[in-house]
Design a protein around this ligand. Structure first.
Ligand code: GLU
Length: 373
């Protein structure tokens, strides 16, 4: 299974972590970028389509601007990202040029993907670049990303890209070998897990909470990204990018790393987008009858099953559905604003027209816009 999923993958999204391409003191790691570029160009010659997501702009910017410490304020981080990004892309451009491979730069914010039209537009651009035999190199557009519109870390961004381009395989290159049975820094007996069949709470717990200032992610965001893309049928491989030749070995069916198998159920792209790209603006607390009807009977959500409404949202916004205990079990696009919903929660559909006047939607969330998690 592992062998087939990796060696047979045609379209591959590769995420390269900050620590691989840059260090705070020395700036860009030109040797490593050169080696990875050669290995990736080699994968291209095996008829694979490659999309890169590379971090490292901020760290490269720290050295370029001569900053003494990791920038703490947002403007300083953004300034470092702007200075570092041009440096980073220049290094890739140069290294790939030596292999005869063309590259292109794409900078994205989370907001670019939350609008369905812009999402599809980004998809067209990326697939066109792939058809033109170019390797797109993506990073978050850190210079304009404020909290509300940012991905926050490149594991999440890269997972979204794997969905965007409908990848066969998502590879996260970092400075760890993969997922271990225990924290290998604390227990030398810890063993690398070659295949994770399902991301259970136990697996999530093994990921611990390790993270550094430089790599915004850590194992937790990697596993979350693997979980999200797994719902779209995409397997994720976490491997060490520091190890020479490992990338080539892995694509030849050897070598280490942890492969996370995808779910059998593959969500359609639009549903995946509703569940994993959009961020809920509010929450609907539903009674047991509504939970049952949504989860097991394929129904749309009606006003009578709503116990409570949390947050403020408008018609068309994404919301999360939770049961009476607060456990999230679905996400969807809501047809009415939080204000209107307050007036009709718990009411029969017949009463709704009287209360709201005019012709409103019967369903609060239509089945087509609802994803059971
Ligand atoms: N976009 C950030 C950068 O290029 C990296 C974010 C991350 O490490 O996840 O510096």
């Amino acid at each position: 299974m592992r062998h087939q999923l990796i060696t047979g993958a045609k379209r591959v999204v590769l995420k390269i972590g900050s620590s691989l391409v840059a260090s705070r003191d020395l700036g860009l790691r030109h040797d490593l970028i050169a080696r990875l570029s050669r290995d990736i160009a080699e994968l291209k010659t095996q008829q694979r389509e490659i999309v890169l997501v590379s971090s490292g702009a901020i760290v490269a910017g720290i050295e370029k601007l001569g900053l003494k410490t990791y920038p703490q304020t947002i403007p300083l981080k953004q300034a470092a990202a702007a200075a570092g990004q041009s440096h980073l892309i220049h290094a890739y451009e140069k290294c790939f040029q030596e292999t005869g491979q063309k590259v292109a730069q794409i900078l994205l914010t989370h907001q670019d993907l939350t609008d369905r039209k812009r999402f599809l537009n980004a998809r067209h651009t990326l697939t066109t670049l792939i058809e033109l035999d170019v390797i797109p190199i993506i990073n978050e557009n850190d210079t304009v990303s404020v909290e509300e519109i940012r991905f926050g870390d490149n594991d999440t961004l890269a997972g979204q890209v794997a969905h965007l381009v409908d990848a066969d395989l998502f590879v996260i290159l970092s400075d760890v070998n993969g997922l271990y049975t225990e924290d290998p820094r604390q227990n030398p007996q810890a063993k690398l897990i070659p295949v994770v069949e399902e991301i259970t709470p136990d697996i999530e717990q093994r990921a611990g909470t390790s993270r550094s200032e430089e790599s915004r992610g850590g194992m937790v965001t990697k596993i979350q990204a693997a979980k999200d893309v797994g719902q779209f049928g995409v397997p994720t491989l976490i491997m060490n990018g520091e190890t020479p030749d490992l990338l080539t070995q892995i694509f030849a069916g050897e070598g280490q790393g942890t492969l996370f198998l995808p779910q059998d159920r593959r969500l359609p792209s639009r549903k995946h987008w509703i569940a994993f790209t959009l961020r809920p603006k509010g929450q609907l607390v539903l009674d047991d009858g509504a939970v049952e009807a949504l989860r097991h009977r394929g129904k749309s959500l009606l006003p009578s099953g709503i116990l409570n409404i949390r947050g403020e949202f408008s018609s068309g916004d994404p919301v999360s559905c939770v049961d009476a205990n607060g456990k999230e079990f679905a996400k969807g696009l809501v047809n009415l604003s939080s204000q209107s919903l307050e007036k009709i929660k718990g009411r029969k559909t017949k009463e709704v027209q009287e209360i709201l006047g005019g012709k409103e939607y019967e369903e609060i969330i239509h089945r087509d816009n609802l994803v059971i998690l």
